[in-house]
Write a protein that binds this ligand. Structure first.
Ligand SMILES: NC(=O)c1ccc[n+]([C@@H]2O[C@H](COP(=O)([O-])OP(=O)(O)OC[C@H]3O[C@@H](n4cnc5c(N)ncnc54)[C@H](OP(=O)(O)O)[C@@H]3O)[C@@H](O)[C@H]2O)c1
Length: 275
């Protein structure tokens, strides 16, 4: 089975690419945009460029495409251009695995099940670019495709297969190593998922030819403060340097409070145990 990982140089994409590469059943290719890839054989591709995208896709002709792409302030371009190019190239036989976000539930009154309605944010909201692009992307996929998996994922953490930690944990370690306190919000509730568990789920879903929409992660939900204190403990730091952050917010910049996920569906579908 030919699998192409778009965003294989990224934090999540690295582990997905490596996990698939180590398995006999998969012939894996991957792409990056700007950053020097850690794997020699990734293709440099701007997914938003129609001609180079089309050339690449026709040459590769994958059976499965994994979307592990993210681009901060340009996330809307990824959906409006990159994802649309991709969708126009997919045949009914080609499967798309799209990594989405818990922010599609941006009303922030979790925990959420997969059937709950998606919410967008007002255009002038601080998080609207990412959130609204993800919601739009999911709607494109639902309208245009039948052979897809959408994985809704909260904050991803842990060491990936290139030895890279998520940025939040890297920052925690930097602060604690220098003996400085660091603060996290106790009122923002999430379902945290380990990067390796996410990569394993993707492999298992491909092996079992599963389709549909899934919230991904363990059954526990935690605040950022609880979770990061736990990480500090786990790595032998004094967690008294981890403090509770102020909960003050500007009204038009409010962060969705509880985007935690009910993950029963995925737990019944795959064997992966979430740590
Ligand atoms: N990390 C999280 O906590 C989290 C949480 C929820 C959902 N997700 C989802 O998980 C997926 C992966 O996220 P991540 O954390 O691994 O992101 P990341 O580390 O920022 O990686 C993003 C990847 O996208 C590539 N890319 C960016 N713009 C591109 C373009 N125009 N054309 C082609 N490639 C492009 C980057 O290439 P370069 O490296 O070369 O720039 C990189 O490989 C995303 O769909 C994201 O929404 C992540």
């Amino acid at each position: 089975m030919k699998v192409c990982v778009f965003g294989a140089s990224g934090y999540v994409g690295t582990s997905v690419y490596k996990s698939l590469e180590s398995m006999e059943d998969f012939e894996v290719s991957g792409t990056y945009l700007d950053h020097n890839p850690i794997f020699d054989n990734l293709y440099k591709l701007d997914i938003n460029e129609p001609e180079s995208f089309s050339d690449f896709f026709k040459k590769e002709s994958p059976d499965v495409v994994i979307w592990s792409v993210m681009n901060g302030p340009n996330e809307h371009v990824l959906t409006d251009q990159g994802l649309l190019h991709l969708i126009t190239h997919l045949t009914p036989a080609t499967k798309l695995i799209y990594i989405s976000s818990d922010f599609v539930y941006s009303a922030g009154k979790g925990p959420y099940v997969e059937e709950d309605p998606l919410s967008t944010l007002p255009n002038d909201h601080l998080f609207s670019t990412y959130t609204n692009a993800k919601v739009k992307a999911e709607r494109f996929i639902l309208n245009e495709l039948s052979n897809y998996v959408i994985l809704r994922v909260g904050p991803v953490y842990g060491e990936n297969q290139a030895g890279k930690m998520d940025e939040r944990t890297e920052k925690l370690f930097r602060q604690l190593d220098s003996g400085q306190p660091i603060a996290f919000r106790d009122d923002l509730i999430r379902t945290f998922v380990h990067v390796e568990d996410l990569a394993n789920v993707i492999v298992e879903m491909l092996e079992k030819d599963i389709i549909g929409i899934f919230n991904v992660g363990p059954s526990e939900k935690r605040s950022f403060y609880e979770f990061m204190s736990g990480i500090a403990d786990q790595f032998g730091y004094h967690s008294n340097l981890v403090e509770k952050d102020s909960e003050y917010e500007e009204a038009d910049q409010e962060i969705p409070k509880d985007t935690s996920l009910i993950t029963e569906k995925i737990t019944k579908t795959v064997n992966q145990n979430f740590r």
